[in-house]
Design a protein around this ligand. Structure first.
Ligand code: KG4
Ligand code: ZN
Length: 320
């Protein structure tokens, strides 16, 4: 089965073509350069750039896959969550293709897509019950996954998302959006010496990250010239890793999940990946750990394609 998937929920215009679970083309045009001067994503500019780019992204995706539109069997697109004026552009493109080609249309949830990205190009399957941790620019959530159509929300952030904390902290340190990759790079030459507060250090499965960002702001405003940005980046990354590991462990202790899935843009961070793998292996060597490949961690349409594949194959209803 050939699936054409479209993702336009934020600042990436992305179209992928999958043959079953295998990605045969994936084209993503990022707006990072255009958005950087605003320190974040400006929705009206994002929508304007999606309109400008989507046609060429579609053509490139079809060319790279060596497919004609007539060979596509299913059309998938990100329905929500995201910036509404950006989502509409992908939806209109998907609906037009579906109508014109007379092929079924699959509206998909972006967050589920981040979780299913871990199954792209893989033979191995999740073993249930599983836990899914989503860490992106807009969301931080933990789900218990009982089967492909049963996701139960266990906990989420009460304020900022992890990615948002990284993005805002980077801006406070004088860097541009997106902050996550910049903090990761700075941290490579730093040490974990700043004692940052451990937010929401309890047995609940909820998170809070706005206090960490405020602590970065306080340090920057009170000790400006004496701040070592590498050390601060390293310390921030470290405390975020500790918080995520602790909450994941709380969840794992309550359901003894046999698979742990971690998705969302922040898991592009290599330090975080290594840290979490090491921790999970200490709790239980047999727990399977699923991450997306780095290239499928941040927003992309291939994750929407694989989600659609499972929806089609397992006749799934909406979960999140
Ligand atoms: O999933 P995503 O691409 O978009 C949303 O759905 O929000 O996640 C974007 C977030 C941003 O906050 C960005 O700073 C973060 O992922 N990010 C990273 C890295 N690459 C992207 N955070 C830490 N380390 C990275 N290498
Ligand atoms: Zn995302």
């Amino acid at each position: 089965m050939i699936i054409l998937a479209i993702e336009t929920s934020c600042d990436e215009t992305s179209i992928a073509i999958l043959e079953n679970k295998k990605v045969i083309s994936s084209i993503t045009v990022s707006q990072i350069l255009e958005q950087q001067k605003y320190g974040g994503v400006m929705p009206s500019l994002a929508a304007k750039l999606h309109i400008k780019n989507i046609q060429q992204v579609l053509t490139r995706a079809l060319n790279e896959a060596k497919k004609s539109p007539l060979e596509v069997d299913y059309i998938a697109y990100t329905e929500k969550p995201g910036l509404i004026i950006c989502l509409q552009i992908g939806k209109i493109m998907a609906e037009t293709l579906s109508l014109y080609l007379n092929k079924p249309l699959f509206p998909c949830n972006h967050l589920e897509g981040h979780v299913y990205a871990s199954l792209l190009d893989k033979k191995e399957e999740w073993t249930f019950p599983a836990l899914a941790l989503i860490i992106s620019g807009g969301h931080t959530q933990i789900y218990q996954v009982n089967n492909h159509s049963d996701f139960v929300l266990l906990g989420e952030t009460l304020d900022d998302a992890v990615g948002e904390c990284l993005d805002k902290s980077a801006v406070l340190l004088g860097y541009t959006y997106p902050g996550g990759p910049i903090i990761e790079k700075l941290a490579l030459d730093g040490q974990n010496i700043y004692r940052l507060p451990f937010p929401k250090n309890d047995n609940s499965l909820d998170f809070s990250f706005s206090g960490l960002k405020s602590e970065v702001r306080r340090l920057v405003s009170t000790k400006r010239e004496n701040i070592n940005v590498n050390d601060l980046a390293c310390s921030l990354q470290y405390i975020l890793a500790e918080v995520l590991a602790k909450k994941l462990k709380n969840a794992w202790l309550s359901n003894q999940a046999r698979t742990i899935i971690i998705g969302g843009g922040v898991i592009a961070n290599q330090f975080l990946r290594n840290y979490l793998v090491e921790k999970i292996k200490k709790w239980d060597k047999k727990t399977k750990i699923f991450f997306p490949a780095i290239k499928y961690s941040t927003d992309n349409a291939a994750m929407i394609g694989i989600l659609a594949y499972y929806k089609i194959f397992h006749n799934l209803s909406k979960k999140i």
